[in-house]
Design a binder for this molecule. Sequence first.
Ligand code: CLF
Ligand code: SF4
Length: 302
Amino acid sequence: ATPEIDEKLKQRIETHPCYSEEAHHHYARLHVAVAPACNIQCNYCNRKYDCANESRPGVVSELLTPEEAAHKVLVIAGKIPQLTVLGIAGPGDPLANPEKTFRTFELIAEKAPEIKLCLSTNGLMLPEYIDRIKQLNIDHVTITINMVDPEIGAKIYPWVHYKRKRYRGIEGVKILHEKQMEGLQALKEADILCKVNSVMIPGINDEHLLEVNKVIREKGAFLHNIMPLISAPEHGTHFGLTGQRGPTPAELKAVQDNCAGNMKMMRHCRQCRADAVGLLGEDRSLEFTKDKFMEMTPEYDP
Ligand code: CLF
Ligand code: SF4
């Protein structure tokens, strides 16, 4: 790579609070919860709450229309000058709600073009929408990849809904796996910085995550974020009800360390709400609930 390319890449990373450990002390992100539907079922999810691919289970975010979301972004951009990134990460899967998700991105690209756009998805519809993602200049995409072996995936995903049809068991998992791999490839070709999130589920994919790490690295992912399963019976998830436990901090660290020789690992993830606001460590979402921010006038003036 030429020094000029390195410099550009550095800039793209250094202002994103999730992609750079250093950046998360100085730069803020904002999530808008515009995407309620989901197209797969994860055994660690309860749809009453935010998408557990990114967030802590048990959190309920306030759903917004794209217009309300754009208003919120402009209000907050005026109040939090460190805001560099706008992410859509739920409460369902953003690409299972393409109209709402892309309309929101469009409005923000138009009104606040210097804010970077970020998208988090389970990957099922990623190949389908890669052109829209490129057109909108979305610079950062996260795919949640918990397995590269459908036999293991069958213990995590009971069904997948793809193009108006529901596929149960391994048949559905194979589609999900194929689309995730195609999605990774497409992001690489489009030079979009791809982070992979993996939920570590002891006894199910813990030993397998090294293999996941190897595959995603080969396919050009930039950063790997292994997150602990958070499973409590009161969340009413399948795993919560069967008593599946999450990893201990030591178990999580051991797997992260094992992968760290191979690629950059993210270790400062806060498992954010779908409507998170502010620096990663100081979520200010409750200052900007819908009835509050709709009363505020955007002070933002590009
Ligand atoms: Fe949001 Fe995710 Fe973009 Fe970050 S969060 S859509 S990549 S701007 Fe970050 Fe939050 Fe962890 Fe996600 S700390 S849950 S990794
Ligand atoms: Fe739940 Fe997210 Fe999985 Fe969909 S992708 S089932 S919202 S955890």
